[in-house]
Design a protein around this ligand. Structure first.
Ligand code: MN
Length: 193
């Protein structure tokens, strides 16, 4: 059974103007699709053909890992966003952010710093590790599950995530994703899982 590009949890233009339909056309329709296609080519006729995406991610290295992890990362990223998201946390995660970071402003400052200081391509994450919330940054396709951490939220800081809408302004992209799109319901669901 081949891997498939998961449907977006909203319309392709639903995140505009924060993330334009044109960015989604390329980022979801071309980049994410290409990772799916390359993963399928890599596993065709191998023992991994019927493996789960997570199993491939945990055991693979090199190009197979890169494509499998980027399929997972992008699906997780789309689910981390909502047209009705953004702003202050709600539910259980609000209490955890207060306890483990000292408040939303400190969380926001730390994940912004992680995204800005990830040199080159990569990801900024809110994770739970050893029972505590933490901020991580990972290069290229790397992701929390490879480091014993549970992903709760991510921002893609590859240039392809923001260059159409914000050109070189990665800081602006991070700011508006946090202000307008962060899906706290998804974060809470991950926390509870
Ligand atoms: Mn991306």
């Amino acid at each position: 059974m081949a891997f498939e590009l998961p449907a977006l949890p909203y319309a392709q233009d639903a995140l505009a103007p924060t993330i334009s339909a044109e960015t989604m056309e390329y980022h979801y329709g071309k980049h994410h699709q290409t990772y799916v296609d390359n993963l399928n080519k890599a596993v065709a006729g191998t023992a991994d053909e019927n493996a789960s995406l997570e199993d491939i991610i945990m055991k693979a290295e090199g190009p197979l890992f890169n494509n499998a992890a980027q399929v997972w990362n992008h699906t997780f990223f789309w689910n981390s966003l909502s047209p009705n998201g953004g702003g202050q946390p709600t539910g259980a995660i609000a209490d955890r952010i207060a306890a483990d970071f000292g408040g939303y402003d400190a969380f926001r400052a730390q994940i912004t710093e992680a995204g800005l200081t990830q040199f080159g391509s990569g990801w900024a994450w809110l994770v739970e590790k050893d029972g505590k919330l933490a901020i991580m940054k990972t290069p290229n396709a790397d992701l929390p599950m490879k480091h014993g951490a549970k992903a709760l939220f991510t921002i893609d800081v590859w240039e392809h995530a923001y260059y159409i809408d914000y050109r070189n302004a990665r800081a602006k992209f991070i700011e508006v994703v946090l202000d307008n799109l962060i899906n706290w319901d998804f974060v809470n669901a991950n926390l509870a899982s």
